[in-house]
Design a protein around this ligand. Structure first.
Ligand SMILES: [Cu+2]
Length: 489
C-alpha cells in the first residue's frame, strides 16, 4: 500500500463518520465505491464535423476530441472506463510512466475493457506536461477500429510544484475522419532536416521494393482520408479562436491522427516552441511553423501581434481545403479568414536541443533495423524490426529486448524503408541524441519521426520495470508487425 492509498483510506474513513473499516476487503470496497476522478464512456454515435457532414465514429463521452483530463503530478487518480461497444478496448495513457497493468496495451499485460463492460483504472500521473490518451487496439483492415476511430483525448498533468499557469491555454487536436484504403501513396518527406540518408539502408530498401514490383506485386495499401478537422470541426465550421492584440497564447497541439504527419502555420505569426511531447525544451525556439508526427505534441506560444482574421492551418493545400485548419479572429476584426502560404520550412529536432551530444555514455547500445516487405500480407506491407514481425494476433509475444533497471540504453534506429516512422516507446521518456547523423541533447520525447533511409538515436534510462511496448505509431504499420516488446531482467 503506498502513501497516497493510505491517505485515501484515511480520508475515506473520515467521510464514513469514522466507521470501523479494516482489512483488505474494506479497502477493496472503498476503492470500488469511491467516485472516480473521471468517467469515460466509449460508444459509437454520430459526430458532426461540419453542417451536413456527420460521421458515425466511436469516441469518448459522445464528443471529439475526448474531454481534456487534468491531473496533478504524483497525486493518484482514478478513471472509470465503460465500453459501450461490441469489441474489447484498451485505453493507453500516452507519455506517462505508469505500471504495465494500467498503461493500456494488451501486449504489456493490461487487461482489456470488455465489450459492454467496465474497468476502473488507478495510477499516479507522471511526469507533468501535455500527454494524451487513446485507444490501443489492433484495427488491421477494419477502418472503424483503433486510431481510425475518434478515441483520442488530451491530458494535462500539472507539475507538483510551481504549476506555471498561462493567461491563455488553447488545446488543439488534429484528426482526420472517413478513412479509405489506397495503394502506394507517397508521403511528404522533404521537410525533415538533416536530409542525409544512409546509402546501405537505401540500397537495401530499394532493392527489396524493386524485387517485389518485379514479381508483379502492387504497392502495399495506404490509408487516405476525406475529412480533416481541428478539435473535431472542419475549417470554418467550429468556433474561432478569439484573441486580443498583445495576447500571448500557449497552444498545446496534438496530432491525434492514425498515421498522418501534419504541419501547422498561422500567417503573419511565429511559434515559440516551449515543449515537445509535453517536456520543456532546454530553451524555447522560435519557428515559422510546426511539423508534427503522428502522436507527437508541441506546446508553443504565439504572440498575437498581427491583427486580422486568419486561417491557422495545414500547409498542405489539399488537406487544409478539406478541413485541416481553424480560424483565429482578433477582437474588432471580421471578414473572410485569410490564408497566406508560408515559405517552405524544414524541421530539425536538433535545433530544439543543445548542439553537443549527451554528456553520459549509455551502458548498452541496442541496434534496430526497420524494414518493409511490400504488400506481403494480403496486400498490406509487412513490417519488421531486425527481421522480426510482431505477431498479428494481439497478444504478449516473447520480449525481444531485455533491460536492467537503472541502466541507460541507446537505441540506434536504422530505417531501411522510404517511409517516415513516428516511433513510440511506452512508459519511458527518451532523449534525442543523434538525428540523421547530427548530435543533439536535451530534447525529451516519447515519439520521434525517423526519416526514410535515415538513422536516429535515442537514449533512455530503464527506470520503470515491467513489459514495455516499442512501436511505430502509424496504426497501419504497428498492426502489420512494426512492434516489439522490452522486458526487465
Ligand atoms: Cu511506421
Amino acid at each position: 500500500m503506498d502513501l497516497s492509498r493510505r491517505n485515501f483510506l484515511t480520508s475515506g474513513s473520515a467521510l464514513m463518520g469514522g466507521a470501523a473499516l479494516s482489512g483488505r476487503a474494506a479497502i477493496g470496497w472503498m476503492a470500488d465505491e469511491a467516485k472516480a476522478d473521471y468517467t469515460l464512456t466509449i460508444a459509437t454515435q454520430p459526430i458532426e464535423l461540419a453542417p451536413n457532414r456527420i460521421v458515425s465514429v466511436t469516441a469518448y463521452n459522445g464528443q471529439f476530441p475526448g474531454p481534456l483530463l487534468r491531473f496533478r503530478e504524483g497525486v493518484r487518480a482514478t478513471v472509470d472506463v465503460h465500453n459501450g461497444t461490441d469489441t474489447p478496448e484498451q485505453l493507453h495513457w500516452h507519455g506517462q510512466s505508469i505500471p504495465s497493468d494500467v498503461d493500456g496495451a494488451a501486449e504489456e499485460g493490461t487487461p482489456f475493457i470488455p465489450p459492454h463492460g467496465s474497468r476502473r483504472i488507478s495510477f499516479v500521473p507522471r511526469p507533468s506536461g501535455f500527454r494524451f490518451y487513446h485507444t490501443h487496439v489492433r484495427a488491421g483492415a477494419d477502418l472503424s477500429l483503433g486510431q481510425y476511430s475518434g478515441l483520442v483525448g488530451p491530458v494535462h498533468i500539472e507539475p507538483k510544484n510551481n504549476p506555471g499557469r498561462y493567461d491563455r491555454e488553447v488545446f488543439l487536436t488534429l484528426k482526420e475522419f472517413q478513412p479509405t484504403f489506397s495503394r502506394g501513396g507517397d508521403m511528404d518527406m522533404d521537410f525533415l532536416s538533416p536530409a542525409a540518408t544512409v546509402k546501405e539502408l537505401k540500397d537495401t530498401g530499394e532493392s527489396a521494393m524493386k524485387a517485389s514490383l518485379a514479381k508483379g506485386m502492387a504497392k502495399g495499401y495506404e490509408v487516405g482520408y476525406d475529412a480533416f478537422t481541428i478539435n473535431g470541426r472542419m475549417l470554418g465550421h467550429g468556433d474561432p479562436i478569439r484573441v486580443k492584440q498583445g495576447e500571448r497564447v500557449l497552444f498545446h497541439v496534438l496530432n491525434g491522427s492514425a498515421g498522418e504527419i501534419r504541419s501547422l502555420a498561422l500567417p503573419g505569426h511565429t511559434f515559440l516552441v516551449v515543449a515537445m511531447d509535453g517536456n520543456p525544451l532546454p530553451k524555447p525556439v522560435r519557428v515559422p511553423g510546426l511539423w508534427i508526427g503522428t502522436a507527437e505534441r508541441i506546446s508553443a506560444i504565439v504572440d498575437m501581434n498581427h491583427p486580422g482574421v486568419w486561417v491557422m492551418g495545414d500547409t498542405g493545400d489539399d488537406d487544409r481545403r478539406h478541413g485541416m485548419g481553424i480560424v483565429v479572429e482578433y477582437a474588432g476584426h471580421s471578414g473572410k479568414p485569410q490564408w497566406i502560404a508560408p515559405h517552405a520550412f524544414h524541421w530539425n529536432y536538433a535545433h530544439f536541443g543543445q548542439a553537443e551530444g549527451p554528456a553520459a555514455t549509455p551502458d548498452e547500445v541496442i541496434d534496430m533495423t526497420f524494414a518493409k516487405d511490400n504488400a506481403a500480407l494480403d496486400g498490406f506491407n509487412r513490417w519488421t524490426i531486425n527481421g522480426v514481425s510482431y505477431p498479428l494476433k494481439q497478444m504478449m509475444a516473447a520480449p525481444a529486448f531485455h533491460l536492467k533497471r537503472g541502466k541507460r540504453y541507446r537505441v540506434r534506429m536504422r530505417n531501411a524503408s522510404d517511409d517516415i516512422h513516428p516511433i513510440h516507446l511506452h512508459r519511458h521518456t527518451f532523449e534525442l541524441t543523434r538525428v540523421a547523423g547530427q548530435p543533439t541533447s536535451g530534447v525529451l520525447k516519447d515519439v520521434v519521426m525517423v526519416g526514410g533511409y535515415q538513422e536516429t538515436e535515442i537514449d533512455f534510462t530503464a527506470d520503470n520495470p515491467g513489459l514495455t511496448l516499442f512501436h511505430c505509431h502509424q496504426q497501419l504499420h504497428m498492426d502489420y508487425g512494426f512492434m516489439s516488446l522490452f522486458d526487465y531482467v
